[in-house]
Structure formats: structure tokens, C-alpha cells
Design a protein around this ligand. Structure first.
Ligand code: GDP
Length: 403
């Protein structure tokens, strides 16, 4: 998942790090050991910092060498800033205390010049330059244009003017900014908790009703079966309704899954009224105490007017608690457009994206929530019944930022 986008995000992190990091030459600390009296050592020692303190600009560190006058012990030089390697021999009246050993020093001429790193703010021009990688990555990952624009605008906003402290890891900071921008496009105001919904309906003595919509071959029937297993695993009793009366194989396929999972199916013969199958199933569920009715419908193109009208009829008759769009992540932006069209026709409450395990781009997963305004409920991650994961933005973010 996200192969292309992951590479681009890595590049962004590298470039931001480069842009916020400047190398400034400074003199290295002394290397040759020298002996000085304790008082002078006490004053001088702190002036050889082992590390460059965060946020300190190089200009703020003046290089004013001050000699340590070892032969005049009582007179301590005012605010010495550097120990010079050349030290005069101790005077006869030198203090009796044992001299302390300072860190090694080198002759002035041999002093090494090392790079001191400082950090600066990102200007709007820097951000424009860096953001290009993100734009290309989102485009290559088939992220819908309005969604890509939103991610880019938010990233720009969060990056511009941001200054990194020396102790701050640029990689972590940039990742956090990108995560935030992406998390925002994956979240919706309205949350859907499938199990809570079933529980609430059960408390009222009614079955919850879920209708599934989508295009043939995109994983609808398999996903209905996976969700049925998920519901059983959480202690509820689902009933399947074979309202895909359009294809004989549609009914058989659902029956095969039901047999494997030990579930009951309500069906009629091929060509029967799909809305009537849904109606029968709900009546049966009420009579027999099922907790949920899962209505599988015939796959249809969003452009097929007759099938869309049939869909509206199923919805009118069954009054579902949830209308769930099932999309194939591999189809990228097409899945997003289908979801938007189904939403316009019958109003979806959420989506399930299948085949995430085979999707290298991840664009549909990043786009569908923003485009439809409805949450992703689950992701299909394989062909087994267990390969259904509850949607959590962190699942995608983890895949996006893993090494
Ligand atoms: P439908 O025509 O929309 O009902 O689609 P199906 O349920 O028959 O699924 C079509 C194909 O997609 C089948 O071979 C499924 O095993 C496969 N499939 C469904 N979901 C997933 C998934 O999450 N990952 C993978 N790799 N294959 C899936």
C-alpha cells in the first residue's frame, strides 16, 4: 500500500531537513591536555562546551580567545571564553594544590574547524519547493484532486514559518505534520459504530438492517460474508438476504458463504423482485429473533438507471439503518466516483474498501471520506473471512509511514 507516496514522503522529510539545517564553521575545542591551577580551571572548563546548545545561532558565540594566566592564581580573568593552548610555566609562588587536567588542547594553528548545525524557519518559497514532491506523490497514488489540494494546503500551512529546534528530530516533525494533514481528510464529523447500532436496535427488539451497494466483481458478496462473521464473532446473530436476483450466480455465491459460515439465507428464485426478498428477510428476522439483516444486492454500474431505480425501491421498502457502499480499492478514483454517485442516488452512510492488500497506490482510501463526507467503516485486506479490519486512520497512517 502507498508505495509511490511513501517514497515521496521520504523525499519531503529529507528536503525539509536540509532546508532547515545550515552548516556554520566554528573552531573546535582544544585537544592537547594542559595543566592549570584549580581556580583557573574551574573558570575555564565550562567554556569548552561539548555540545552546541539548541537554538543558538553561530553569531551568538563570539570567538574571543582569552589567555589563562596560570602564574597569577588569585587574579581570575573576567569572563574568559576560551582556553588557549599556550600556557606559561607556573611561577615559583604557584599554589600548592595539585593542578587539574583540562580537556586536550591543540596549537592554535592546528585547530580543527567543525560544522556547527543551526536551524532556521521554512519560508513560503522553501515550502513550495518541498511540497512539489507531495503533489506528485498524491497524483501518482490516484488521490482525488480536491482531496490532494486539501492535504497540500494543510501541509503548507503547518510547515510555513516552522522552525526546528536542534533537539527536535526534523523527520519526526515533518512526519507529524503530514500525518495531521492526512488524518484530517480521513475523519468525518459523523461516526458510525456498527456494533453499537446493532446493540441499540436489539434493545428495541428490532433487527438492524444493512443494505450493501456496489459494482459487480468489486467484492460485495465476499464482504457481506466477512461482515456476517465479524457480527457473529461479536455475539450477534445475522441473517443474509440474497437480493441479488439479477444473476443466478449472485444467489449461489451468497449461499456458499452462508454454508461455510453456518448462517441462514433468505432467497427467492432468479429474477424475483429484489425489494420483496429484502422485505421477506426483515419479516423473518423479526419473527425469529435475528439481530441483523445483511441485504446483498445486485452489482450495478452507477450509470445504470434501471438498476439504480431498483436500488431506490429496495431502500424504500427495507428502510435500512445503514446503506454501505462497497468499493474496490484497486480501481482508485473510480471507486470514489462510484461512491459519490451512489450517495447522490440513495444516500450512503459509509464505505467499505476491499482489496487493500493488493492496492499499491492507496488513493481511494485517502479520498473516499472527503469526497462523500461519509466514513470508511472497514477495510478488506484479503480473501479470507477474517480479512476485514475496522477502519482506523492510524491503520493507513502506519502503512504510509512504515519503513
Ligand atoms: P461481487 O461480485 O462484488 O460480489 O464480488 P465478490 O465478492 O465475488 O469478489 C470478487 C473477487 O474479489 C473474489 O475473488 C474475492 O475473493 C475477491 N476479494 C474480495 N475482497 C477482497 C479483498 O479484500 N482482498 C482480496 N485480495 N480479494 C478480495
Amino acid at each position: 500500500m502507498f508505495e509511490k507516496l511513501k517514497q515521496k514522503l521520504k523525499k519531503i522529510v529529507e528536503r525539509v531537513t536540509k532546508k532547515t539545517t545550515e552548516e556554520v564553521p566554528v573552531e573546535a575545542p582544544a585537544e592537547k591536555p594542559i595543566e592549570v591551577p584549580p581556580e583557573a580551571a574551574a573558570e575555564a572548563a565550562p567554556e569548552v562546551p561539548p555540545e552546541v546548545p539548541a537554538e543558538v545561532k553561530p553569531e551568538a558565540q563570539p570567538e574571543v580567545p582569552v589567555e589563562v594566566e596560570a602564574e597569577v592564581p588569585p587574579k581570575v580573568p573576567p569572563a574568559p571564553t576560551k582556553v588557549v593552548p599556550k600556557v606559561k610555566p607556573p611561577a615559583p609562588e604557584a599554589p600548592p594544590a595539585k593542578p587539574k587536567v583540562l580537556p586536550p588542547a591543540k596549537p592554535k594553528v592546528l585547530r580543527r574547524v567543525v560544522a556547527r548545525i543551526t536551524r532556521r524557519e521554512l519560508t513560503p518559497a522553501d515550502v513550495e519547493d518541498v511540497i512539489w514532491e507531495l503533489q506528485v506523490g498524491l497524483l501518482e497514488s490516484d488521490v482525488a484532486v480536491p482531496v490532494s489540494d486539501k492535504i497540500i494546503d494543510r501541509t503548507k500551512e503547518l510547515l510555513t514559518g516552522r522552525k526546528l529546534g536542534l533537539t527536535e528530530d526534523p523527520k519526526k516533525l515533518v512526519e507529524e505534520i503530514l500525518r495531521q494533514a492526512i488524518r484530517e481528510v480521513l475523519s468525518t464529523e459523523k461516526k458510525v459504530d456498527v456494533l453499537e447500532l446493532i446493540k441499540a436496535k436489539r434493545a428495541k427488539g428490532e433487527p438492524a438492517v444493512f443494505v450493501f451497494l456496489g459494482i459487480n466483481g468489486h467484492g460485495k458478496t465476499t464482504t457481506v460474508a466477512k461482515l456476517a462473521k465479524y457480527i457473529v464473532d461479536h455475539g450477534y446473530k445475522p441473517l443474509l438476504a440474497a437480493a441479488d436476483t439479477f444473476r443466478a450466480a449472485g444467489i449461489e455465491q451468497l449461499e456458499i458463504h452462508a454454508d461455510r459460515l453456518g448462517l441462514e439465507v433468505v432467497k427467492q428464485k432468479r429474477g424475483a423482485d429484489a425489494a420483496a426478498v429484502a422485505f421477506d428477510a426483515i419479516a423473518h428476522a423479526k419473527a425469529k429473533g435475528f439481530d441483523v439483516v445483511l441485504i446483498d444486492t445486485a452489482g450495478r454500474m452507477q450509470t445504470d438507471v434501471n438498476l439504480m431505480d431498483e436500488m431506490k425501491k429496495i431502500v424504500r421498502v427495507s428502510k435500512p439503518d445503514l446503506k454501505i457502499f462497497i468499493g474496490d480499492a484497486l480501481t482508485g478514483n473510480d471507486a470514489v466516483e462510484q461512491a459519490a454517485t451512489f450517495d447522490k442516488a440513495v444516500g450512503i452512510d459509509g464505505s467499505i474498501l476491499c482489496k487493500m492488500d493488493a492496492d499499491a497506490r492507496g488513493g481511494a482510501a485517502l479520498s473516499i471520506t472527503q469526497v462523500t463526507g461519509k466514513p470508511i467503516l472497514f477495510l478488506g485486506t484479503g480473501q479470507d473471512y477474517k480479512d476485514l479490519v475496522e477502519f482506523d486512520p492510524d491503520f493507513l497512517l502506519k502503512a504510509l509511514f512504515s519503513d
